[in-house]
Design a protein around this ligand. Structure first.
Ligand code: IPM
Ligand code: MN
Length: 364
């Protein structure tokens, strides 16, 4: 008798359309795990804006203790400004990212065949890059304050915090990832390329420091091509020459901004997923679609769940279920390529659950 490998997943469906996409994501992940004779065990947590309305906070105070024992976390989406102001509701996300030192936000930007994109010249195989976003410090350090509040002399200060340790480790992760991807094969002796997304022409302390650390770390990776782009120019290059990029390393805020642009390259927010990763696996990592909770579509079963499936694929890979991750990806590829279930954002009329069913069927 073989014993099945068990993996525990905490599911936080969150607000708005979160529960419906989370259900589909769980459905396809379980089917994918079957392919590897693995069992996924889920525990669902009802934290979010409705929880706030009842309890006066987004989540219990001991949330990190509750989640620490899981192998991974799946997050649907959080926020519903009609119920709770965004800067409060988003504490759920940021508390987990920071509390579990998920210092890498991994955001693959990949255009599947069969997916319509806003980029007219895009062809299958053309867009395949990964943004490695610093995820626990930088512009999101929440250091600052307000002074003389409500007066004509009011002042607000928000400080970016860039540490040597925090910057170095995310750079190193980006170089390692590029090496692993091997996108350049052995082009002119290079196996990959890491683009440094910077703004050192204007941010003369933090981003000059960021560049210095990039240069230092790059010395350990002579096989990886160095590359540099100011964040404003990078947005232009993403549209003009997306095929050029391999791995892009960016600070927290810059990474946030360029990955919404990246989402449009890959077909829209319905396709973009992210992993909040603690690479050393001291704490669980958390995977999520990067779109919002789209409250007005709640319960309508019309949202594209592919971003959530991609998040699950990344989760499976992270917990070591490589074959399950691969079968899920192949099923997604088939469904999209053959146009078996196309939601509204893709110009079709399929429901969220139809896409889930189609992906499950492609794996059976
Ligand atoms: C994201 C989101 C969050 C972020 C918000 C909701 C705080 O935009 O995950 O990209 O800025 O990190
Ligand atoms: Mn964002």
């Amino acid at each position: 008798m073989t014993t099945k490998k068990k993996t525990s997943i905490a599911v936080i469906p969150g607000d708005g359309i979160g529960p419906e996409i989370s259900r589909e994501a769980v459905k396809v992940a379980s089917q994918a795990a079957e392919r590897e004779s693995a069992t996924l065990e889920y525990e669902w947590f009802d934290w979010g804006c409705d929880y706030y309305l009842t309890h006066g906070r987004m989540m219990p105070d001991d949330i990190l203790d509750i989640l620490a024992g899981f192998d991974a976390i799946f997050l649907g989406c959080v926020g519903d400004a009609a119920k709770v102001p965004d800067h409060i509701s988003l504490s759920l996300l940021l508390t987990i990212r920071k509390g579990f030192d998920q210092y890498v936000n991994l955001r693959p930007i990949y255009l599947y065949e069969g997916v319509p994109t806003a980029l007219a010249k895009a062809v299958p195989g053309m867009i395949d890059l990964v943004v490695v976003r610093e995820n626990v410090e930088g512009e999101y350090a929440q250091v600052g304050g307000r002074f003389k509040t409500g007066t004509a002399e009011e002042v607000a200060i928000q400080t970016g915090v860039f540490t040597r340790k925090g910057t170095e480790r995310v750079m190193r992760y980006a170089f390692e990832l590029s090496r692993k991807r091997g996108k350049l094969g052995n082009e002119n002796g290079f196996t990959g390329m890491v683009t440094n997304c910077s703004k050192s022409n204007a941010l003369n302390y933090s981003m000059v420091f960021w560049d210095d650390i990039y240069d230092e770390v790059s010395k350990d990776y002579p096989d990886i091509k160095k590359d540099f782009a100011l964040v404003d120019a990078l947005t232009m290059w993403f549209v003009k020459n997306p095929e050029y990029f391999d791995v892009v390393v960016a600070s927290n805020l810059f990474g946030d901004i360029i990955t919404d642009l990246g989402a449009m390259l890959q077909g829209g927010m319905g396709f973009a997923a992210g992993g909040n990763v603690n690479p050393e696996k001291v704490y669980p990592s958390m995977f999520e679609p990067i779109h919002g909770s789209a409250p007005k579509y709640t319960g309508k079963n019309v949202i594209n769940p592919i971003a959530s499936f991609e998040a699950m694929r990344m989760l499976l890979e992270h917990v070591g279920l490589q074959r399950a991750a691969f079968s899920l990806q192949e099923a997604i590829r088939t469904v999209l390529k053959e146009g078996r279930a196309r939601t509204r954002d893709m110009g079709g009329d399929a429901h969220t659950t139809d896409v889930g069913d189609a992906v499950v069927a492609a794996m059976t």
